[in-house]
Design a binder for this molecule. Structure first.
Ligand code: SRM
Ligand code: SF4
Length: 558
């Protein structure tokens, strides 16, 4: 007897998207219902497309869940005009937990928003002509682009393309505007809403999230190879001549599920800038058409590339764009990270790079960053740029303003020279507890302390002041990109972490698992012998991650 396996069923998310392509659900009525303390389960999925996550404060679970909301802004290239910054600052105080969280994709997150404040916060964001639409959900997310105003015009040129792609890949549902700006439910009886199908995404959007980024070699500040879709700028002098297309990167994985893994994007080919939107749409629709809609853990574009290969992928892109890609142009990344302190821009203005611990803009005794930034932006109307390493830039500052800005910061305990330490400036942590529902361990709240302990060890070993890229996350999803770090900590269970070694300065290499379960208090005991060997055996100028690859992992393999 021949038995054939039944075709796998579409996941629940696919079913609800199909039934509700406007992404309306019952969000409007639940929002208006002051008695309802939360949204229905399916609405929680739709809310993500609107940039909103329903969470609960996990520190306060005893006595029942208290629902709160995280709202994520979509800010292509992390650019925040002064007028918007001031609104965000106020909204975080009035409706959030009085902090603004810079994300690892150059967005802002508001945490701890109550249901009663949600509508007002969303309206405020939109009135400032900003948006949260498509900051989350099965769509293209915030498009990243280099945020450092450089000595060349290339950064601004690439930023324009990032905005263009961001706009081209936006979903078209009217529900977002209707609910959050008009304050009404979308009338689903109306013909155009009843029959709505998104022209790009179709009825069921993408099988999963989709991430796009731009980079300008030799600086890989945006971790280009961790994105589904990457555009690597190729320039002659200051002039952009085109992009190398990269595709199929992604970091999320699940503990104990070998079928999920971090993957570095492949470089597919070269094209000229006039085709940027066409190429972006081609790759996005390949995810739409080929991604796995039955298993959300296997639904990212990276698995399509892994399973079908680069040659197939290139042919399919070319079929969709209607022309051949040229061979990828040579280029090299040599470093990642941000510039700190004052620097001159190509147009004569200056910019200030500011280190923000774990990306959290807040006031603490002795370091009132939130207040200082508000005063500076209010007084001097400077543009704010958010970096992919969760730091901040004050951009386009006329030189005459520089000293006054430095003084305001100093008055609030923020130094402009020698900001923090090399280890801290190169570190990142995801939010994890208490807001993230997926966190298995702490991250943002414990990384500063872990770094203090690591710095003491490095001092003891004669390595004080040396930069090592260290990133931590509270679970294996990889939100602070720990698998690209020289040392990565990944939450396994409360107070226990995996330790990874071996990323590089240019963020072009995945690290490898060193220890699977280490208690927080044992981290130094585990690091000590390896860092001791590194101190003794490294070549001149050799970074920790490179030494791990050259010596440590070679030995393990042999
Ligand atoms: Fe992330 C889910 C925070 C960048 C991979 N991420 C989440 C959620 C929304 C948890 C949830 O689904 O309930 C986290 C909210 C925590 C909170 O309380 O704020 C969360 N992710 C973040 C942020 C805020 C981390 C940060 O330290 O800044 C970043 C927001 C970026 C933005 O502005 O859009 C953030 N997330 C990333 C990145 C890094 C990147 O994109 O460069 C990754 C790895 C790259 C990738 O996508 O592969 C990432 N987040 C995930 C995943 C795993 C996806 C997968 O393929 O398996 C999840 C879980 C999921 O989607 O089911 C997730
Ligand atoms: Fe939450 Fe995990 Fe992302 Fe950290 S890595 S924010 S714990 S989903």
């Amino acid at each position: 007897m021949i038995t054939t396996a039944a075709p796998a069923k579409p996941s629940h998310n696919e079913v609800i998207k199909e039934a509700n392509p406007t992404l309306t659900g019952t969000i409007g009525s639940t929002l208006a219902d002051a008695q309802a303390d939360r949204f229905a389960e399916d609405d929680v999925q739709f809310l993500k497309f609107h940039g909103i996550y329903q969470q609960d404060d996990r520190d306060k679970r005893k006595g029942g869940k208290q629902y709160i909301y995280m709202v994520r802004g979509r800010l292509p290239g992390g650019v925040v005009p002064p007028s918007q910054y001031l609104v965000f600052d106020r909204l975080a105080t009035d409706y959030g937990n009085n902090s603004l969280r810079i994300t690892s994709r150059q967005g802002f997150q508001f945490h701890g928003v109550t249901k009663g404040g949600l509508g007002k916060l969303m309206k405020g964001i939109n009135e400032a002509l900003a948006t949260t639409l498509a900051a989350c959900g099965d769509v293209n997310r915030n498009v990243m682009a280099p945020s450092t105003p450089s000595t060349s015009q290339l950064v601004e040129r690439v930023l324009d393309d990032a905005r263009r792609v961001s706009n081209a890949l936006l979903p078209k549902t009217k529900a977002y505007h209707q609910i959050w700006v008009e304050g009404k439910e979308l009338n689903l009886e109306e013909e155009s809403n009843a029959r709505f199908v998104d022209p790009l995404y179709g009825k069921t959007y993408l099988p999963r999230k989709f991430k796009t980024a731009f980079a300008i070699p030799p600086l890989n500040d945006i971790d280009i190879f961790t994105n589904c879709l990457g555009f690597i700028a190729i320039a002659e002098g200051d002039q952009l001549v085109g992009y190398n297309l990269a595709a199929g990167g992604g970091l999320g994985k699940s503990h104990g599920n070998e079928e999920t893994f971090p993957r570095i994007a492949d470089v597919i080919g070269f094209f000229t800038p006039d085709h940027i939107e066409t190429v972006a749409k081609a790759v996005l629709t390949m995810h739409r058409d080929w991604g796995d809609r039955t298993n959300r853990k296997h639904a990212r574009l990276k698995y399509v590339l892994e399973e079908r290969g680069v040659a197939w992928f290139r042919e399919e892109v070319e079929r969709r764009i209607g022309f051949k890609l040229e061979p990828a142009r040579p280029c090299q990344f040599t470093k990642q990270g941000d510039l700190f302190g004052w620097h001159r821009q190509f147009d004569g203005n200056e910019f200030l790079g500011l280190y923000v611990e774990t990306g959290r803009i807040k006031d603490v005794p002795g370091a009132e960053l939130k207040t200082a930034l508000r005063k500076i932006v209010e007084q001097f109307q400077v543009e704010v740029r958010l970096t992919p390493s969760q730091n901040l830039i004050l951009a386009n500052v006329p030189s005459a303003r520089r000293d006054a800005i430095t003084r305001i910061l100093a008055g609030h305990g923020i130094a402009v020279e020698n900001q923090s330490t090399a280890i801290r400036r190169a570190s990142m942590a995801c939010p994890a507890l208490p807001t993230c529902g997926l966190a298995l361990a702490e991250s943002e709240r414990v990384l500063p302390d872990i770094l203090t302990r690591i710095e003491a060890l490095l001092d003891e070993l004669g390595l004080g002041g040396q930069e090592i890229i260290i990133r931590s996350t509270g679970c294996p999803n990889g939100c602070a990109r720990p698998y690209m770090a020289e040392i990565g900590f990944v939450g396994k269970s409360p107070n226990k972490y995996q330790i990874y070694f071996g990323g590089n300065e240019s963020c072009t290499r995945l690290n490898r698992l060193f220890r699977d379960v280490v208690k927080s208090e044992d981290i130094i005991t585990e690091l000590r012998p390896v860092l001791t060997r590194y101190a003794q055996e490294r070549n001149k100028g050799e970074r920790f991650g490179d030494w791990c690859e050259r010596v440590f992992w070679k030995e393990v393999q042999n």
